[in-house]
Design a protein around this ligand. Structure first.
Ligand code: G3H
Ligand code: 13P
Ligand code: ZN
Length: 325
């Protein structure tokens, strides 16, 4: 069932965060749906109430342009049919104004992100307000961003600028956005926290304080970049040195301070890369794409279960469903 992020955040606020996972292809989609239902090995496994979770499936502009965006939409509709117990929001990640309008008009997305964080404060508000007006007219919710993360965001290499808590309330009020992505020390990609480790909880606390009650915050660049997966990649011929991510024990404290959505893309890529490298290393005569694909879908589903446990969303699916009726 496709719902808005607003419906998910209303249940999660202050207790846990909903995982927002980027997908690009079929194997990621299957692994993601299975993992959020606590199914690992096959689509026909029973749903596991102890680990099943609501989730956000997010699609970047890069993913939409990888082949044809209609393939992604068709795949997600089909997954929603094959896994009818799922509760998810379908979200555009880091949209331009144009991409947001395209998704709003498509009738398929329940949530869009307008990322005008590279613009000046007033311009960011102006652009976000236009998108909010168009989206709300169609019942779609909008995430906006204030402040700038480090690392690579789509095709832009960003310079870090933490969200200014003094600007946050005015931004939300004037733009009308439904959730706010904040820069509190994370960055996109596999090489985070060069020099300094951890999130700026002091900034997060201040942002939570100035916003209205239960206003949902979003954390981008939140992959934990597990050393286990980095080592597996390197042991299978990869060259990823000094990779690091957000310590997983910081997710729940962030959720308690109003972070309702935690974005994960890089970790999924690491799992994909390790499995495929290992598979071709261990069976060099193989040239069939399906053996690594099968292993990946199981491994990715297991990884999603693990991540949802760290977010506190594992086991929440039935409780959320009750709030939707
Ligand atoms: O925040 C950016 C996401 O990780 C999307 O990455 O543009 O390579 O799909 P992508
Ligand atoms: P990571 O690169 O840490 O996975 O962040 C993903 C993200 O923020 C997508 O918008
Ligand atoms: Zn992001």
């Amino acid at each position: 069932m496709i719902v808005t992020t607003e419906q998910l955040f209303a249940h999660a606020y202050g207790k846990y965060a909903v995982g927002a996972y980027n997908i690009n292809n079929l194997e990621q989609t299957v692994g993601l749906f299975r993992g959020n239902l606590g199914k690992s090995k096959s689509n026909d496994d029973p749903v596991d109430p102890a680990t099943s979770a609501p989730f956000i499936l997010q699609i970047s502009r890069g993913a939409r342009g990888y082949s044809d965006k209609r393939f992604l939409e068709a795949m997600i509709r089909t997954a929603d049919e094959i896994f009818p117990e799922s509760v998810l929001a379908v979200h555009l990640d880091h949209g331009t104004e144009e991409a947001c309008y395209d998704c709003i008009e498509s009738g398929f997305y329940s949530s869009v992100m307008i990322d005008a964080s590279g613009e000046e404060f007033a311009k960011n508000i102006e652009i976000t307000r236009r998108v909010v007006d168009r989206a709300h007219a169609k019942g779609i919710v909008v995430e906006a961003e204030l402040g700038q993360l480090g690392g690579v965001e789509e095709d832009i290499v960003g310079s870090v600028s933490l969200t200014d808590p003094d600007q946050a309330a005015e931004f939300v009020e004037r733009s009308g956005c439904d959730s706010l992505a904040v820069a509190i020390g994370t960055s996109h990609g596999a090489y985070k926290f060069a020099g300094k480790q951890g999130l700026h909880f002091d900034v997060l606390k201040k942002i939570q304080k100035v916003l209205s009650e239960k206003y949902p915050l979003v954390m981008h660049g939140s992959s934990s970049v597990p050393q286990e997966w980095v080592e597996r990649i390197n042991n299978a011929g990869g060259k990823m040195h000094s990779a690091s991510g957000v310590p997983e024990d910081q997710y729940l404290p962030a959720a308690k301070l109003g972070v309702c959505k935690i974005n994960i893309d890089t970790d999924g890529r690491l799992v994909w890369c390790a499995i495929h490298r290992e598979s071709f290393r261990d069976d060099p005569a193989n040239f069939d794409l399906r053996p690594p694909g099968k292993i990946f879908m199981v491994a990715y589903a297991d990884y999603i279960v693990h991540k949802n446990k760290m977010f506190g969303s594992a086991g929440q699916l039935e409780l959320v469903r009750k709030t939707l009726k």
